[in-house]
Design a protein around this ligand. Sequence first.
Ligand code: MN
Length: 196
Amino acid sequence: MNDIMPVDGQFQMMILPYATLGDAISQQTLAFHHGKHLKTYVDNLNKALPGSGFEGLGLREVVRKAQGGLFNNAGQVLNHTMYFEQFSATPRPMGEKLRTLIERDFGSVEAFKTEFQQKGASLFGSGWVWLSADNSGKLVITQQRNAENPVTDGLQPLLTFDVWEHAYYLDYQNRRADYLAALWQVVDWPVVEGRL
Ligand code: MN
């Protein structure tokens, strides 16, 4: 998968590929989450890059190698970019290639979704639940805290649900499990499969 490269030394804000996501996530949440939270991470990443030794590297390389504030902001830019890009107001179904792998490694798509939601719901504090492929091609679900991304552990990240409260609180308040269950309605599966 191609890395995200800076332009003239600056990482760019990703453009949301949709205006709304129906009932799953409100426009108000999208406006704050993308326009305020992600914007702050992008701005802080770009401020921290000069003199860091990481200038000119792709975003995944920065996440793999950086520490501290630079890691946190780079991780959050990568995580949010993958999160927002995998949804659609007109989502397309899962293809055979990914379905076959999910059935091989989790038994069924429903069993996979149940485990993914459970791991998202039970992650203590702020973070992300991820589906990734390991270097043998096996699919795994991991809980990552704060700004962590599975690339740091040598995994290939495919799908992620943000479980920071800012991702759902306006719409679901404390009902994180309901938010996680609703997100399946808007996953655009060919985008996820394209990350294999
Ligand atoms: Mn977020």
